[in-house]
Write a protein that binds this ligand. Sequence first.
Ligand code: SF4
Length: 64
Amino acid sequence: MRVTVDQEKCVGSGQCVLSAEKVFDQRDEDGIVVLLDPEPPADQHDDVRQAAIVCPAMAIDLVE
Ligand code: SF4
């Protein structure tokens, strides 16, 4: 799995961090998403898929 995020689309809601805290973080100053792991291990994939689904800005893109 390959993960990318679009920081221009991100509205800083933090849903991704709640779903997959090992893969996503937020910038302290404005809450914009920070990608911690662009190629997460298999045990993270379900959480990352959930993060992409719940992101209100559709700022998370996955290539399986
Ligand atoms: S869920 Fe989407 S909009 Fe919210 S912080 Fe994560 S990437 Fe940004």
